[in-house]
Design a protein around this ligand. Sequence first.
Ligand code: ADP
Ligand code: ZN
Ligand code: ZN
Length: 804
Amino acid sequence: MRVASVIVDVPAMQTDRTFDYLIPEKWKEIIQPGMRVAVPFGPRKVQGFVIKLKNEPEVERLKEIHSLLDLTPVLNEELLQIGYWLTEKTLCFMISALQAMLPAAMRAKYDKEIKLLPTSRLDELEPAVQALMDESTSIQWNEIEKRDLLHVFQKDIKKGFLEVVYHVKNKTNKKTMKQVEPAISSSEIDDVIKTLPVQASKQKEALEYFKTNHAPILIRDLLNILGSTESTIKSLVKKGLLLEKNIEVYRDPYKDKTFQRTVPLPLTNEQEKVISPILASIDDEVHNVYLMYGVTGSGKTEVYMQAIDEVLKRGKEAIVLVPEISLTPQMVNRFKGRFGSQVAVLHSGLGAGEKYDEWRKIHRKEVSVVVGARSAIFAPFENIGIIIIDEEHESSYKQEDNPRYHARDVAIFRGEIHDCPVVLGSATPTLESFARASKNVYELVTLKERVNNRPLPTVEIIDMREELRNGNRSMFSEALYAKLLDRLEKNEQSVLFLNRRGHSSFVMCRDCGYVMNCPHCDISLTYHKSSHQLKCHYCAYETQMPHVCPECNSEHIRFFGTGTQKVEEELAKMIPQARVIRMDVDTTSRKGAHEKLLREFGEGRADILLGTQMIAKGLDFPNVTLVGVLTADTMLHLPDFRSSEKTFQLLTQVSGRAGRHELLGEVVIQTYTPEHYSITLASHHDYDGFYQNEMMIRKLHAYPPFYYLALITVSHPELTRTIDVAEKITTYLRKSLSNKTIILGPVASPIPRINDRYRYQCMIKYKSEQNLNKLLKGILDRYQKEIAQHSLSLSIDLNPYIMM
Ligand code: ADP
Ligand code: ZN
Ligand code: ZN
């Protein structure tokens, strides 16, 4: 082949097509579709993906490919095909689709080297390779490139003797920790201890420790042992008695953990009924979508694992999607426990380097199960036997920037290609999925009972307006307060759940009602106690908390609402003896913090776990017998047609955290709208009732699953231009789409300004529009110049999950 068709890394409308390049003679045998190359593009060199090879150049005088970035394809034929499908379904550029399927590390700057695999020997290699590698087991990529030997190395890579390894240059990917060691000998330590003043008891303890353990230790571990603070260590370092060093720690997060091996459990009758059609699909190699509707604790995960077992026995692979599993280490443990080193884990909690390492295991076929968040759906497996999406109702399966894909759609597309079953599991399926199951588009399989028949917890709804009338102004109702005390006495644990942080702690002047807004976005700032700062959650703007009201100079400017920090403070006042662990974006932003807090709670080192929605999922602690929801309705008032559904799902999920084992569970839901059906029905664990009720409302208001949605958001620094474009688009759509289609807008978006850009939107509700995607692409085309200059931005979201 003489010519390669390449998609270049220039995300713009004009460049969203392949460009042809001549393949230099020396790489004729090497280049394959799915490899990345560097090519000259205008005055610069850019990265690109080889999509196709052909013999005849379509234009004369083609430029040559400049260099190779891979020696084996990083995207296989199927993934290239998915790339094209994504561009059609989500209207993204091909380059965005291709890059979304690869780990971020491969987009970053890196050094590359070729390494001898531990299973191979030097003398097996091609003579030229042997000569170059000599005694070493690795060689820098550019050394090979300089000598024009890439094609020879490729032979050994294909044979499985060598592999290409990327070292991400970005320093932040290296994880370092501080360690200390004694700077003096053991006998000198003795002398020093004698000279220290009496009140330096902590320092003495630390020195005593080193007298018997004369070796380096991580500061973190030392503090744990001594129960002292970092300042103790710091002063010893200052005095020159201890030596502090940064050391690098290895980046496999699961490396030093041992996993308790588990074996398949004998299935219950219900589980047997649910798994048998799935096994039949695996056996017959037919694609089918199963909706596994099973209450929390009904043993869905056990069914997933046994289905995967069957798939592995046939030498095939399995993809399991779980929502942001960094948040549920318990889930990782279950899969690693059952399938051991056959499992790769991909989730957002991993650093870029770690993710890339896991991806490489999949690419090299060293694993056959991947457990991961959304993007794991693109795992480069080639022989998939099952795809499972746990908690299928989770909105994090939808990506919110380009390509705006939903993992469920990709899963079904791949399931068709591989002739394998796709299993969607949930205790509260989305209305869309349940409606499809009722119409037999999906096959419904149901688990009605909890394993070993644990009853679902009793749920009590508390009307907070009533509490207020009775003079209780705190954020805890009498009932919840009493139950918290009761659990404390019995040595049982409680979980307190606060619906999202966000604008719950906004700052307002009590005299004039002035609310502190972000100067760049029309949204209130959030108060952060630890730094005494106000932050914007949309543009990262920060400012100090003012002492007086900027509007009227009053000193009565306060923060309002119930952020997790505020709840924590009130807990400390009301139940000072309770040990509380707080989990929110602030306390878990550091890597590993999440897991650590959960572990502490699991080990019984706290009485109350307080947190945002991140504690709603997947937690399973036997000693938790009380779940309190502080304000169930905060989400109900969001401008989002899914707000009732989300409230119902969340309440059902948190309720499922209580009484999962021997002890009975109890749930208290506090709300200002106790009569709302999503709250009452959740309290009765009545999904079917909720489904019926909500379907009626969706039908009435023409929302999914009765209609499809497309949301177009126009944004521009000038208000007049924003409105102008939004109006033109809306008018054009009204003219071009069928009269059965409903077009709303243009109206200002619920957040009318972000980052100094005004925002207007237009919503399309339709049942069938053959040409919609073509039409929308045409609109993007029409404005491409303004978009390319970054003055205008047009976002088109087919099947939107965020309406703001
Ligand atoms: P779900 O995923 O539906 O919430 P799980 O799979 O987590 O449910 O199961 C809940 C609990 O029941 C877990 O502790 C699990 O180990 C246990 N379990 C599941 N299936 C069985 C079974 N067939 N026999 C005994 N215990 C089981
Ligand atoms: Zn004021
Ligand atoms: Zn802002």
